[in-house]
Design a protein around this ligand. Sequence first.
Ligand code: MD3
Ligand code: FE
Length: 216
Amino acid sequence: MTMDLFEQAPPAPWAEALCEGAVVLRRFAVATDAELLDGIERVAKQVPFRQMQTPGGHTMSVAMTCCGDWGWVTDRRGYRYQPQDPVSGEPWPAMPEVFNALAVDAAETAGYAGFEPDSCLINRYSPGAKMGLHQDKDEDDFDQPIVSVSLGVPATFQFGGLLRSERPQRVPLAHGDVVVWGGPARLRYHGVLTLKTSDHPLTGIYRYNLTFRRAW
Ligand code: MD3
Ligand code: FE
């Protein structure tokens, strides 16, 4: 087989352990990136990206939309999962099959067979957007893992311990990287540092993150 120097085949995905219970599947989503971005576009046509309000009255710098049976929302009343878009009152768009298949495949690869996500939160970061250190604890069952898919502009992810006071480690996340968090890593504090201005051939100025969860 001949391979032109300028037409490199993409590297096969590889796994890197982050800590007990968490693994990065590098480039795992590259093979389906166009279909995933098409799914994001279709969801956002039905429920546009919005910068929601925190319970404390701040506007989040990250814009969000959701698909699946349950969507994550925040407003002055608090953080929660609900079955309808609070703006339209309509159910959330169905989860595209390519989303579900990727999340199930990644979870199984990381050792969590039988993951059935019922919620996908889609985060969109523009330059300057960030997500402060927090825990994901609005879900019903912390034995279920979370699968996170990064697309577009690279970012630096932070993950700490079970206490906010623990100094977080920094992990670069590139286009197509998938992280699976479960077991003892499930309730670790985590966040995303301020996105730098950059340009990605498929997403322009944006970074997207898909977060798959079993909400109920
Ligand atoms: C570590 N999103 O939406 S996903 C979130 O890149 C969120 O948009 C980030 O944190 C983003 O809640 C990071 C990675 C992630 C998700 C859940 C975790 C890391 C986690 C749960 C426990 C520990
Ligand atoms: Fe989170």
